[in-house]
Structure formats: structure tokens, C-alpha cells
Design a protein around this ligand. Structure first.
Ligand SMILES: [Zn+2]
Length: 104
């Protein structure tokens, strides 16, 4: 399984594409495809027909998966989007901000 350094629950900023500059929380990660789903980013409106589960049908707002390379984690230490570095602390790997070295 390929490892990606972004995790569910991280706050990220979109750095490329039509939603550039937007921030949101990661709600889903697909490491294999290197794609993430971010709350409020790349939202698409789906038109749904009424089904037995959803009697009303109508419009559904749904986020799409976007490419991992288009987002960066926002560091809690310096508040800026950053690349993620790693450091070994007491035998475990921790993620750090490449800018200020704060633990992420
Ligand atoms: Zn930082």
C-alpha cells in the first residue's frame, strides 16, 4: 500500500486548480490513487432521481476526489500551507512542517 502523508482530518489548502486558495478538512483519502476529498472543495451538484431510499430526489451536493499534489497541509504552528517532512522521535515517525518544524 503506498503511503501518503496527508491524513483524514488534516486541514489543507488547495494550491492549484479552480479551487486554488481554498481551505478545508480532509474527509477521505485514497492512497492508491493519490487522491483526497476535501470538505467544501471541488463540489459538484448531482441531479438525483427519486428512488425508494430518497423519495424526493433533487439536487445533491457532493465533493469530488482531487489530486494529492494539488493540496498542501496547513501547519498549525505557522498557519501556512507547507510540505510535510518527517522526523524520528523516540522510535516513531512524526510529521513535521518543513517551514517551522512544528509537529503536525
Ligand atoms: Zn509550520
Amino acid at each position: 500500500m503506498p503511503t501518503v502523508s496527508i491524513r483524514k482530518g488534516d486541514d489543507v489548502m488547495v494550491i492549484a486548480g479552480k479551487d486554488r486558495g481554498r481551505t478545508g478538512r480532509v474527509v477521505n483519502v485514497r492512497p492508491r490513487e493519490r487522491r483526497v476529498m476535501v470538505e467544501g472543495v471541488a463540489r459538484a451538484t448531482r441531479h438525483q432521481r427519486p428512488t425508494t431510499q430518497n423519495q424526493q430526489g433533487g439536487l445533491m451536493q457532493k465533493e469530488l476526489f482531487i489530486d494529492l499534489s494539488n493540496v498542501q497541509v496547513v501547519c498549525k504552528g505557522c498557519g501556512k500551507p507547507t510540505r510535510i517532512g518527517h522526523r524520528i522521535e523516540e522510535g516513531t515517525k512524526v510529521r513535521i512542517c518543513r517551514r517551522c518544524e512544528a509537529e503536525l
